[in-house]
Structures are given as structure tokens and as C-alpha cells.
Design a protein around this ligand. Structure first.
Ligand code: BTN
Length: 286
């Protein structure tokens, strides 16, 4: 990390480009003082034909969006709010695997970038919450359109609490959220972090297509959900409690439900493709 002076500098294209060692990601870079949501800006740019690897960053968001329709707290001058346009074109038989894995693969990239820049070791709460010491420091919101077609794209939206001290969080988040600065006791340069994040993401998305990575293994090593007792509110309105066992080939969370744990019952895990997970040992949800 560079000096603590640069930690509070505004994010500039020059500062980001200086540390960038990617081929594609971040080579087209839009840095905005304010956006409603960088994901919304990125979707509009992608629909207008913006190239693969285009990145939108905003210093603050007025309507930052989280998963499951939640808002994303986005004050100015402190954190990272960015959205990356990916235009990989998976073959028809790769589409579903690509769409399942892109949020998980991106979460691994974010965790790895944090580790490289700060020395902290984040874990992941399935599917893609980034935790430090069981508190949430980042989240991802992926949106896609026309995947597999010539104009298809995926937007990887990343929100990362970087230089928020604990007392700056609103009361509702203070016990559940954290930031890199709060954990490390020093601020971080957002430009350095963004450049690292883009490198890690490019590396993994390329390796995914070339088949040269076992992303499931890398994800499992980071995943704090595996081995936990969990409650899952599934997308179709069911609630399951049980033991999170593993990650499936399709990126799903495999949960052995309590109702399946009676002696004599077949312990086939339930496969969760989408939903809201609570770690029952300690609730790290926002
Ligand atoms: C979550 O709920 O954990 C996902 C949060 C994703 C927030 C980021 S901030 C940048 C991008 N723009 C948005 O509106 N959301 C994502």
C-alpha cells in the first residue's frame, strides 16, 4: 500500500492506471463523482456497446443497490463502488456454469485482492459476501443480459468498505459491517485496491474459460459458510435449517437439512442455487 497521504486522495484515472497490469479490465475507465448506482451506469454503457473490461467507479452512489433489493450504503470519499462489464461469450453448454460461477469467482478475486493489498485474510459467506472477522466488508451484485449472444454481457458490481472507521457506520450496520481500515488500523489507497482487484478478476475469468483453474476448490478454501449451521431463506420462499456441507459443481450451496438428519433418513443434501443465508453461530447479515 502506498503512503497514508494517498489513502485519502480522490480516485483518479491516472492513479488507477498507474497500478494496472491487466490486458482488458480497466483499460476503459469511467470515474464519476456520483452515480445513482454504478451497476445501472454500467448496464446503460453495455447496452450502448461499451467494450469488454469497461469499469465504472463512483465516489458515492445515491441509490446503491445490494442483493435481494436491499440498499447499499455508499457515502463519499471512503469506499469503493465499482462495476465491471464482462463480455465473455460462453458456448451454449457453458452458459449456465458461467452465470453460476461469475459471482463466486469474483468474490474470490475480491478477497484475494484485499489480502494482497492489506495482509488481511477475508473469508466468504455464500454466495458472495466478503467477511473479515465475521463482519461484512464487501458485497457483489452481478447482473447479466443476453449471455451467449454477440451483444451479451455480465456486470460485476462490487461494493467494498475501505476507509470507514467503525463509528462512521450507521447504527443498523455497526455490529454487522466492517472495513479494511477498521480491521487493519490504517487507511488504504482505493486506486491500489481497484487495480489489484481488476488483476485478480481478469486472471480468474480467463482461467475459468481456459479450464486452468479449480475455482470450486479456491472458493471452498475461502468459504466460511461450509461447516456452519445455517438458515437459508430460498428464492422460492422456503426456509431450511441445517449444516452447510459443500459447494456443488454448479456453485450451489449443499445443505444437509435438519429434517434429513434423523437416523435412518437418507442424508442427501439440499442444493441451494439462490437465497439468503444466515450463519447461525453469529449473524453476519446486514
Ligand atoms: C450485497 O448486497 O452484498 C451486494 C452489494 C453490491 C454493491 C455494489 S456497489 C457497486 C455496485 N453498484 C450497485 O448499485 N451495487 C453494486
Amino acid at each position: 500500500m502506498s503512503s497514508s497521504v494517498s489513502a485519502f486522495q480522490p480516485l483518479t484515472p491516472q492513479a488507477v492506471t498507474l497500478g494496472l497490469c491487466t490486458k482488458t479490465l480497466g483499460r476503459s475507465l469511467h470515474i464519476l463523482d456520483e452515480a445513482p448506482s454504478t451497476n445501472s451506469v454500467a448496464v446503460a454503457l453495455a447496452q450502448d456497446g461499451a467494450p469488454d473490461g469497461t469499469v465504472v467507479v463512483a465516489d458515492t452512489q445515491t441509490s446503491g443497490r445490494g442483493r435481494l433489493g436491499r440498499p447499499w450504503y455508499s457515502p463519499p470519499g471512503k469506499n469503493l463502488y465499482c462495476s465491471i462489464i464482462l463480455r465473455r461469450r460462453p458456448s451454449p453448454d457453458q452458459i449456465s456454469r458461467w452465470l453460476s460461477w461469475i459471482p463466486l469467482l469474483s468474490a474470490v478475486a475480491v478477497a484475494r485482492a484485499i489480502q494482497v493489498v492489506s495482509g488481511l485474510r477475508p473469508s466468504l459467506k455464500w454466495p458472495n459476501d466478503v467477511l473479515i472477522e465475521q463482519r461484512k466488508t464487501g458485497g457483489l451484485l452481478c447482473e447479466s443480459s443476453g449471455t451467449g449472444t454477440a451483444n451479451g454481457f455480465v456486470i460485476v458490481g462490487i461494493g467494498l468498505n475501505v476507509n470507514m472507521w467503525r463509528d462512521a457506520f450507521p447504527d443498523t450496520l455497526r455490529d454487522l459491517a466492517t472495513s479494511l481500515a477498521a480491521e487493519a488500523g490504517r487507511p488504504f489507497d482505493r486506486a491500489v485496491l481497484l487495480a489489484a482487484l481488476l488483476s485478480e478478476l481478469e486472471l480468474r475469468s480467463e482461467a475459468f474459460f481456459s479450464g486452468s483453474t479449480d475455482i470450486r476448490h479456491e472458493y471452498e478454501l475461502r468459504c466460511a459458510t461450509i461447516g456452519q449451521r445455517v438458515r437459508v431463506d430460498t428464492a422460492n420462499g422456503n426456509c431450511i435449517e441445517g449444516q452447510a456441507d459443500a459447494i456443488g459443481d454448479d456453485g450451489s450451496l449443499q445443505v444437509v437439512a435438519d429434517s434429513l438428519q434423523d437416523p435412518g433418513t437418507l442424508r442427501t443434501p439440499v442444493s441451494i442455487r439462490a437465497g439468503d443465508v444466515v450463519h447461525l453461530r453469529r449473524d453476519v447479515n446486514r
